[in-house]
Design a protein around this ligand. Sequence first.
Ligand code: SF4
Ligand code: SF4
Length: 369
Amino acid sequence: MYDQPPTLTATEEARRQIEICNACRYCEGYCAVFPSAFGQRAFSDGDITQLANLCHNCRGCYYACQYTDPHEFALNLPRALAEVRVESWERFAWPSGFARVFQSSGAALSLMLVLGIAATFWALTVLAPASGEGFYAYLSHSAMVAIFAPAFLFPLGAIVFGLRRYWTEVGGERVRWPHMKAALLDAARLKNLSGGAAKGCNFEKGDRYSQRRRQAHQAVFWGFLLCFASTSSGTVLHYVFGMPAPYSLLSVPKLLGIPGGILLVAGSTLLIKLKLQADQRLGATSVWGGEMAFVALLGLTGLTGLALYAATGTALVAPLLSLHLGAVLAFFLTTPYSKMVHGFYRVASLVRDAQRKERSKGSCQQDSG
Ligand code: SF4
Ligand code: SF4
């Protein structure tokens, strides 16, 4: 009878399971986790953190595994790695403790933030300058910049700080362009979400493959980038060309923003649906609510942006603008502590994996030479 220690930390439990996988090796072609693990004999805490962040919870290995419950090994690798992942993001987050609060009370916190910030913006619109056109008749451009610049820069600084902690723990080496290029290409194509056999995930369909999770992530990823490009193009038009908002339907900000908003809403809706269909026991159950809150916040950002476009010139602009700015600001402020941060750690883990592959290729060449 396998003697499982009664209380293991998340890292110890993941190590126990990975060591069993390392003896079994059945899932070698499933994802980047297994080739990375199978090159090692022992796993430090940093190795486990790196493997956990390479895993994208497709669940293929769980449904293929002959050692899941009721087997005495009780393997549930997707969950074990998800627990380590979440624990690592909480540990690396700065200021410490914020991530734990968001993950445990994400829905309530998001709602409070969106409504609180929206109410503040609403109050500001009442005190708005009489001058200004379009959105700036409700909230001056300088007020928007004064609020959004720090709200964007602070989370960015917190994420960089967290990534430095991650890089130290996983033993990352000096990053060179080939590592970065390999990681960014994999991330942009969401290559790993296509699964080992390029048939997709087993996330919501048990032992059946599906591409829907990859499609939902693609929609959210490109939707977010298009919305970001839309806002950036508006800033360039404003400052460089002296063309303030509002913009016509055929302007660059709207040509980027409308499809971006539609993709963001469609992707978020599909992600929520898939999450509701999936088996919660194969993920980190303690953060399920926080993850749902994050996806809902993402969808709300796109939805209120589209509604704002549609309401241009009507009396609904002021309340919708307040709500949209509330959602955007809440989204930015919670980024280092919500599921959004996983994108940054995922890219970092891919960079580290590219370094590992380069190193093992180099040692193979040395052996054969
Ligand atoms: S998940 Fe199960 S089947 Fe896959 S490598 Fe690990 S022990 Fe083997
Ligand atoms: S859940 Fe998917 S990505 Fe994670 S280890 Fe298993 S096969 Fe790999």
